[in-house]
Design a binder for this molecule. Structure first.
Ligand code: NDP
Length: 318
């Protein structure tokens, strides 16, 4: 085997809560996992500020710090964590062949995909500037910080509708910014939004800029794209709910996924349609998308990988 080819029992692709939890369990099961972190080591949580809903941190914790804790725990238990980007995969035969940084080849008996998803953003400079300081892509994660305050949310799909009603329970007022004259969300969700008195819907409206004092958000400038009228909304929070994109492009055409790119797993398991390939976390979950649920499926993936390998050994030695 050349220096640039290595055979491993368990390869973990991605380093969010799902990947690290899979790593912790796979290490303790003696699978000697090797993890490639991807470009954003630690995943989406490294781009957030306070995390208050992950059990075990009674005083809350900063997202990057929590992911550092995950990393340390996986490393202490023996995971070989490497910074690198999986550039292509070949799952056509066993062991699976994975190319890292277009140069190194890993032959893996099992592969755990935990590449996560990325929130879609509007692409405004001010949105980036206040990300984590009033701008968020997760109402369930960050809505609590805006209790009793006025906030705005952009989007008109099921996520936006669900998050707007969630925010309406916590906040005084929720402005919902919808770019067309209608919703994309299902009728039931729209009905719920329309029946929530503290949600004001602004149809045909685009977000122009998020305004603040340099430290936090204090308003959002919007414009009606029919009348060209500008309006400034006095809000302290701005939520972006215009969809997510699973980070699964390298698996397209290779593994079964839905039309949006979420990898399909067998219900109640992390098995994909490819033998020895498991998927956990946001790469296969468009519904919950929480650190704790991602961690739960990471645990499942490691157990599934261990049982799969155990089953194979049993067949060989029987
Ligand atoms: P969707 O792609 O369904 O909706 C995205 C929304 O964001 C659309 O209304 C779209 O507007 C709007 N949007 C996109 N880009 C911009 C932009 N640049 N500026 C302003 N608005 C923009 O994403 P969701 O996350 O809402 O849902 C993803 C999938 O998950 C869907 O299949 C959904 O049904 C499902 N889901 C189901 C839930 C449930 O069943 N409980 C809960 C949440 C999601 P436009 O309509 O004009 O294109």
């Amino acid at each position: 085997m050349s220096q640039d080819t290595e055979h491993v029992k368990c390869l973990i692709i991605g380093s969010g809560p799902a990947g690290y939890t899979a790593a912790i369990y796979a290490s303790r099961a003696d699978l000697h996992p090797v993890m490639y972190t991807g470009m954003l080591a630690g995943g989406q949580l490294t781009q957030t500020t306070d995390v208050e809903n992950f059990p075990g941190y009674p005083d809350g914790i900063m997202g990057p710090e929590m992911m550092e804790d995950f990393r340390k725990q996986a490393e202490r238990l023996g995971t070989d964590i490497r910074f690198g980007y999986v550039s292509s995969v070949d799952f056509s035969s066993l062991p699976h062949k994975v190319t890292v940084d277009e140069s190194k080849t890993i032959l893996a008996d099992t592969v755990i995909i935990s590449t996560g998803a990325s929130a879609k953003w509007l692409g405004l400079e001010s949105e980036q500037k206040y990300s984590g300081f009033g701008v968020s892509a997760c109402a369930v994660c960050d809505g609590f910080f805006f209790k009793g305050q006025d906030v705005a949310i952009v989007g008109a799909g099921d996520t936006a509708a669900e998050e707007a009603t969630y925010l309406a329970k916590l906040c005084r007022k929720v402005y919902m910014i919808v770019r067309r004259d209608e919703f994309r969300a299902s009728k039931a969700m729209v009905h719920r939004v329309l029946n929530t008195p503290n949600i004001e819907i602004l149809y045909n409206t685009d977000t122009i800029e998020i305004l603040g004092d340099g430290q936090s958000v204090n308003a959002v400038k919007v414009c009606n794209n029919v009348t060209n009228e500008d309006r400034t909304l006095d809000v302290t929070g701005f939520f972006v709910a215009i969809g997510h994109k699973p980070n699964t492009d390298i698996f397209r055409g290779i593994i079964n996924m839905d039309e949006t790119g979420y990898i399909i797993t067998r219900p109640g398991s992390t098995e994909t349609n490819i033998e020895g390939v498991f998927c956990c976390g946001d790469a296969q979950d468009h519904i919950y998308r929480q650190a704790v649920t991602a961690a739960g499926t990471g645990c499942m993936a490691a157990i599934d990988a261990e049982r799969y390998l155990g089953g194979k050994e049993h067949v060989v030695t029987a």
